[in-house]
Design a protein around this ligand. Structure first.
Ligand SMILES: NC(=O)C1=CN([C@@H]2O[C@H](COP(=O)(O)OP(=O)(O)OC[C@H]3O[C@@H](n4cnc5c(N)ncnc54)[C@H](OP(=O)(O)O)[C@@H]3O)[C@@H](O)[C@H]2O)C=CC1
Ligand SMILES: CC(=O)C(=O)O
Ligand SMILES: [Mg+2]
Length: 592
């Protein structure tokens, strides 16, 4: 048995990892180049890796299952550990798809795919990339929402890193326990606002895991550079606190200074562990923390908040595309938001900035085109004092409107945007009202998952007699109405963040600024073809999203260079070609 073991030192390329990561040697993502992180670079005796054939099969990063060739089976001590047949990666994909499709329940499909990710990472990504339209609703919204809700039950093997309030004072040590070096993207949540499902505590981990799967599948960031993190500060969800299967801290959320200190320790440790250029994406924090954490760290870290900024960029791109169907400029429209939190005010501000630039009017003037309804009704000047700071800029002079319907009737919006997490709030009456004022009303029901969408695609088309231009945060099937087929677009920040990450990495950006999001939004808009627009789509279909990400990456990088935020010098001549060349490919590598 001893003779069948092969030792590799930690830090040494295992098999062909330096090629397998998908980045050119010395390129943006080379884990052994200058960007390599500092954690775990040391060689410790207990971390020596013994790669026998059996271990190779158990290592998802290198396992190829039945695709190992005869030569590889000889060379890596695999003889007898596998049935004799050799399957191509293509046949393996087909086999996986058959297994996934056989599951009736989307959650079973999710578990099947997660098990594949744990078993054979390249195959997982090949399946996902080649069947993205079919599988995105499984690894991402809406199914990932259900997976988070049932996380304790479906939990098999841990994914990502769990930093709990118990680890206060030891966060850097926890990061050091993560086996990968060269981390480039972290998605972190504290689980307090998971999609529109509320506080799911530690069970929010499904979101960073899902988002990072998309960083790889859609944005080409190599999996070993991605680190999902959940900061478990407890939960105020009574149901979870009383649930025997709950696997997070069984306590109410820590708040105030204690919470801030833990986040601060985390942000400091991240830089110590992975350097200045690790991208930290804040995801699904509640808005009372999200805005202030963004404000606190945006100037000291390479960080952004996806719910505020990524969502803004994708929504703006959709609105700009819709203008080609409605006519008029941004400034010609009246916007009404249902929901004035992270997503709502983030989108509103980006639209206002764009109106202000295009129409050459002060930002305060531009904001007056935008109205917002929250849980208490229309946001007006009379409510100013009691409003959260992020809503104040949208408190305009108007009489009180208690409901969205009243506000719709009073303001006659041409563009209605749902960011409330409240199912059905775009009621028949609201949709009929906007359709009575405008020939082509724009309706964006952005709340996730599907069960929280402000309306369904069918409702949007039916109640506007097929005149509505509709997009939603979670996917909806095409709708037949009056003999015509309507295909809704999916307005989800998944179009933006993978390319944003790619752009930051290839330019070596040290900060993210608003112009980079604007660049991402414009690049996304430019990828929409006339033919797609004529079909009523506001975004290119997801099967083209890797190309979209490459374009976004190049535009983001270009903007970072312009702003003096890029450190990878000299700037590559052709950023788009460079972005493409850096993207991870899931094809198996030859291990001889
Ligand atoms: N498509 C996409 O890419 C994205 C979608 N989202 C989705 O957007 C939704 C909101 O997220 P986020 O903005 O972060 O959440 P927040 O909690 O920050 O904001 C929610 C807002 O909705 C308001 N609200 C609650 N109930 C009602 C109601 N009955 N009528 C009108 N407004 C109401 C809240 O009011 P109040 O302030 O008074 O409490 C608050 O202003 C979620 O479902 C999320 O999944 C988020 C990010 C990206
Ligand atoms: C898509 C997303 O980020 C959300 O719903 O929170
Ligand atoms: Mg989110």
């Amino acid at each position: 048995m001893e003779s069948q073991l092969k030792e590799l030192r930690v830090g040494e390329p295992r098999l062909e990892e330096s090629e397998a990561n998908g980045f050119p040697h010395g390129g943006a993502g080379d884990p052994y180049g200058e960007d390599a992180g500092s954690v775990n670079q040391r060689i410790t005796p207990w971390m020596r890796v013994v790669a026998s054939g059996a271990e190779l099969l158990r290592d998802p990063r290198f396992n190829k299952g039945l695709a190992f060739t005869e030569e590889e089976r000889d060379h890596h001590y695999l003889r007898g550990l596998l049935p004799p047949v050799i399957l191509s990666e293509e046949l393996q994909v087909e086999r996986i798809l058959r297994n996934v499709r056989k599951c009736q329940d989307p959650l079973d499909k999710y578990v099947t795919l997660m098990e594949l990710q744990e078993r054979n990472e390249r195959l997982f990504y090949k399946v996902l990339i080649e069947h993205v339209t079919e599988l995105l609703p499984i690894v991402y919204t809406p199914t990932v929402g259900e997976a988070c809700q049932k996380y304790g039950i479906i939990f098999r093997r841990p994914h990502g890193l769990y930093i709990s309030a118990k680890e206060r004072g030891k966060v850097l040590d926890v990061l050091r326990n993560w086996p990968e070096t060269g981390i480039q993207v972290i998605v972190v949540t504290d689980g307090e606002r998971i999609l529109g499902l509320g506080d799911l505590g530690l069970q929010g981990m499904g979101i960073p895991v899902g988002k990072l799967a998309l960083y790889t599948a859609l944005g080409g960031i190599r999996p070993s550079a991605c680190l999902p993190i959940t900061i478990d500060v407890g939960t105020n969800n009574e149901e979870l606190l009383n649930e025997p299967m709950y696997i997070g801290l069984r306590q109410r959320r820590i708040t105030g200074q204690e919470y801030d200190d833990l986040i601060d320790e985390f942000m400091t440790a991240v830089k110590q562990a992975y350097g200045e250029k690790v991208l930290v994406q804040f995801e699904d924090f509640a808005n009372h923390n999200a805005f202030r954490l963004l404000a606190k760290y945006v100037s000291t870290h390479l960080t952004f908040n996806d719910d505020i900024q990524g969502t803004a960029a994708v929504a703006l791109a959709g609105v700009v595309a819709a203008l080609k169907l409605t006519g008029g400029s941004l400034a010609d429209h009246t916007f009404l938001f249902n929901g004035a939190g992270e997503a709502g005010t983030g989108i509103a501000e980006m639209i206002a900035v764009q109106i202000s630039r295009e129409a050459n009017v002060p930002l305060e003037e531009a904001r007056k085109k935008i109205w917002m309804v929250d849980s208490k009704g229309l946001i007006t000047k009379s409510r100013y004092e009691s409003l959260a700071h992020f809503k104040k800029d949208y408190a305009h002079e108007h009489e009180e409107c208690k409901s969205l319907l009243d506000a719709t009737k009073a303001l006659k919006p041409s563009i209605l945007i749902g960011t409330s997490g409240q199912k059905g709030t775009f009621s028949k009456e609201v949709l009929e009202a906007v359709a009575s004022f405008h020939e082509r009303p724009v309706i964006m029901a952005l709340s996730n998952p599907t069960s929280k969408s402000e309306c369904t695609a069918e409702e949007a088309y039916t109640h506007t007699q097929g005149r509505g231009i509709f997009a939603s945060g979670s996917p909806f099937d095409s709708v037949e109405y009056n003999g015509k087929t309507f295909t809704p677009g999916q307005a989800n920040n998944a179009y933006i963040f993978p390319g944003m990450g790619l752009g930051c990495i290839i330019s070596g950006a040290i900060r993210v600024n608003d112009d980079m999001f604007l660049a991402a939004s414009v690049a996304l808009g430019e990828m929409l073809t006339k033919e797609q627009l004529d079909r009523g789509l506001l975004y290119p279909p997801f099967e083209h999203v890797r190309d979209v990400s490459a374009h976004i990456g190049a535009s983001v990088a270009q903007t970072a260079y312009k702003a003096g935020l890029a450190t990878r010098l000299p700037q590559p001549k052709d950023l788009l070609a460079y972005a493409r060349s850096c993207m991870y490919s899931p094809e198996y590598r030859n291990y001889r």
